[in-house]
Design a protein around this ligand. Sequence first.
Ligand code: SF4
Length: 357
Amino acid sequence: MTTFAKSLGKSSGALAGPLLKWYDRSKRDLPWRVAAGHPDPYHVLVSEAMLQQTQVATVVPYFHRFLAALPTIADLAAADEQIVLRLWQGLGYYSRARNLRKAAIAVMQQHNGRMPSDVELLLTLPGVGRYTAGAIASLAYDRRAPILDGNVVRVLSRLDAIEHDPRSPAMQKRLWARAEEILPPKRAGDFNSALMELGATVCTPRNPQCLICPVAGQCLAYERQLQHVIPPPKKAKETPLLVRHVLCLRDSRGRFLVEQRPPTGRWAGMWQFITRPTEDFSDVLRTSTPARTALGTVRHALTHRRYEFHASAASFDGVTDSEKWRWASPDELHHLPFSRPHLKIRALAEAAFGCHG
Ligand code: SF4
């Protein structure tokens, strides 16, 4: 096992020059970056919230749509949560969207509409953790604030040839300290962006391109040819499987019966077809039971659990609106925020009934 003591002296201070030069030359043109100066802190907040657990290519069109609909932090703070969820639809991990709106409200109410530049103040905003606070402070305000995301963890682990599991609390603590220690006195935001960019494009999880890496000369993993085994892979863990039964009811006016999820928990506040843990839909189908047609199974994997949605459909008029469910016209169906698995089920149901979305 490598000790930190040896690696610390090697790369401190010597990283910034070549890394920033490389970044200036090679950085990708991303919509939340600006050619000169610093990006708008609101843009950083939105993009960083979207980029958590999500690929850049997926985020780009969402970012454009979000900013077109809600161009300022004041617009986001004033927006209805359902609008924000609809803009987020398909990105997953919807608590990010709800927290983003709450953070905008807090900025409007507690900071006169101006995003704080201080990490401690940023940390008081809903949904803003150490990483996002560091990103806003450094990228938008050029504060010397460290950041540590998956890309930075990998790059730092390799630069220092750390063979320990970087996910352990002790290593996280050490890596945060390291991320702060190597920050240059100027251009801290660009330096952080460059570290992330290096991890995303050169120092990739598999097949890092050490031959073209601007900091290969500072990299202990490369020197020791350990870059392919650092960081050690995550131990595969069996995640629990949750089975759900979904009933897509359509009435003779072409409307679908939908229900809103509770205000807390997974997919909170979003809409779905009638979904139950068993095939018992008797709370909805009180009067009679229509013949159902199987639509298929939709599988959805999250970090800690997997879902299997067994969907079926039926034509039925014997349900009236209630506090728990209501009929939605085809147009409404496409404006309500749905989770990704229910979007797939919606497509199956529309195909089965011959509707076009
Ligand atoms: Fe990553 Fe290789 Fe560069 Fe080291 S030399 S930082 S392992 S790409």
